[in-house]
Design a protein around this ligand. Structure first.
Ligand SMILES: Nc1nc2c(ncn2[C@@H]2O[C@H](COP(=O)(O)OP(=O)(O)O)[C@@H](O)[C@H]2O)c(=O)[nH]1
Ligand SMILES: [Mg+2]
Length: 440
């Protein structure tokens, strides 16, 4: 009679042992490959090796300017707490400390260098509320590849009020301070000297001619704003440098150095990633007006200018080459200069933003090419950048591996027909990357 409970207990214990054994055997096995050495780390335990970060909750909403100096302080404290003694080692072997945990190899320490406090720089984005989710991906890309290491501020501008959702989400994702500005009416409307009928007719004609954005009024306000007013916005007053970011852009490679510091230390004033030809039908009279302006203001033409990049006949005609302005890293003080102010005001008075469809890219580029020393212009060949159908992808394979680029070299536009990359290399006397012949 006593046998039955014993058998019952034994079979329950047996079942428990079986279930436990099965669960141990069926547990997922982690295979950890150290990203620096590419070696498999035996017996890696992710729960021990990667302590979860104690991220303080981010307060969003409320003020249109986020003051996250406290967050910066906390983040710095965490970084130093988590990476207290980064061992200086030359070997590629995975490093284990006394506690047996993996340590960050020495060359990774540059991930935490932080920004130079003397550099007054910000990102700047003009966007509509409706573009929030396309923009978020762009910001994520810029933050992951660059700004999480530097925490520069971000200024957002819009011709309408930003929604709370826009402010909350962008503030949550940006590592620096975020600021939001509504563009004043006088920066985004028709000036009183514009003949509205003439402008409407121009739009109708350009629509009939199937010119891209030919009938758009908002696109024209946008181009005029980006040419003459974004740098006048009070939110940018405290900065010397900006990096322009638009929705639907990607950064393809890790940027392990401070691009703003590079600009400052190397005396650069305008940086770009892609150059391209403009649609001539959008700017029929822009070059003539530019020549007229220069004739009246010869003092602004820099003796060591880059005219040969934008003209093949020493200034007689414009060859349509320009820097693609959806990516720009530049010195705000260049746009604030008398030369550029006078040039913009001169162009604006002609009405060409509305009677034609002048883009801010050719205007910025012509000004940079004529008023700057050509050595003050910098081609960022190492960024890896995409907007729409055009991509810059570093052609050197070792560079791409070292910087974890995720672009296909076949997609690189730099040396293709419609690009102005070849022209730029030639005019600057630069040596093209040796791989270029395979990607033209
Ligand atoms: N707030 C606002 N931003 C605009 C407007 N039109 C264009 N933009 C922004 O201006 C930039 C260029 O516009 P986009 O449509 O991308 O022009 P594309 O790149 O030349 O095709 C982007 O950052 C847009 O978000 C507008 O009407 N209002
Ligand atoms: Mg765009």
């Amino acid at each position: 009679m006593a046998k039955l409970p014993i058998i019952r207990i034994a079979s329950i214990i047996g079942a428990i042992v079986l279930i436990y054994g099965f669960s141990v055997l069926s547990r997922p096995r982690y295979v950890y490959v150290d990203s620096t050495s590419n070696k498999i780390i035996e017996n890696f335990n992710p729960q021990v090796a990667v302590p979860p970060a104690q991220i303080p909750p981010i307060q969003v909403g409320g003020d249109s300017i986020k003051d996250n100096s406290k967050e910066e302080e906390l983040a710095n404290a965490q970084i130093h707490q988590q990476q207290p003694k980064i061992p200086e080692v030359a070997s590629n072997d995975p490093i284990k400390g006394d506690d047996g945990l993996l340590k960050v190899p020495a060359d990774k320490s540059k991930d935490f260098i932080g920004k130079d406090k003397d550099i007054k720089a910000t990102f700047v984005t003009l966007a509509r509320n409706s573009e929030l989710f396309k923009l978020i991906e762009s910001i994520r890309s810029v933050e992951d590849r660059f700004n999480r290491k530097f925490n520069y501020d971000w200024v957002f501008l819009n011709d309408e009020e930003f929604t709370q959702e826009f402010k909350d989400l962008t503030t949550a994702i940006c590592s620096g301070k975020t600021k939001y500005g509504k563009i004043p009416k006088e920066h985004w409307s028709y000036p009183d000297f514009i003949d509205m009928e003439k402008a409407a007719k121009a739009r109708a004609d350009m629509k009939a001619a199937k010119i891209i954005y030919g009938d758009s009024e908002s696109y024209r306000h946008m181009c005029r704003f980006e040419s003459g007013f974004f740098w006048q916005n009070p939110l940018l007053d405290e900065y010397d440098w900006y990096w322009r970011v638009e929705p639907e852009i990607k950064i393809h490679c890790d940027l392990d150095y401070d691009l703003f510091k590079f600009m400052r230390d190397n005396n650069k004033k305008y940086g770009f990633t892609i150059s391209i030809h403009e649609f001539s039908k959008t700017i029929p009279t822009l070059w003539q007006h530019t020549k007229d302006f220069i004739n009246e203001n010869k003092q602004y033409l820099h003796p060591n200018n880059l005219l040969d990049f934008i003209s093949d006949d020493n200034g007689e005609t414009y060859n349509l080459c320009h820097f693609w302005s959806n990516f720009e890293i530049a010195d705000l003080n260049f746009w604030r200069s008398q030369a550029y102010r006078d040039y913009f005001n001169y162009l604006d008075k002609t009405g060409g933003f509305f009677y034609e469809r002048w883009g801010d890219a050719p205007i910025h580029s012509i000004a940079a090419a004529l008023f700057l020393d050509k050595n003050e212009i910098h081609y960022f060949e190492d960024v890896g950048y995409n907007h729409g159908v055009y991509t810059q992808c570093p052609l050197n394979a070792q560079y791409r591996y070292d910087h974890k680029c995720h672009c296909k070299p076949e997609s690189d536009f730099t040396f293709r027909g419609y690009s102005c990359g070849k022209k730029y290399y030639q005019v600057m006397g630069l040596e093209k990357p040796k791989e270029w012949v395979d990607f033209q």
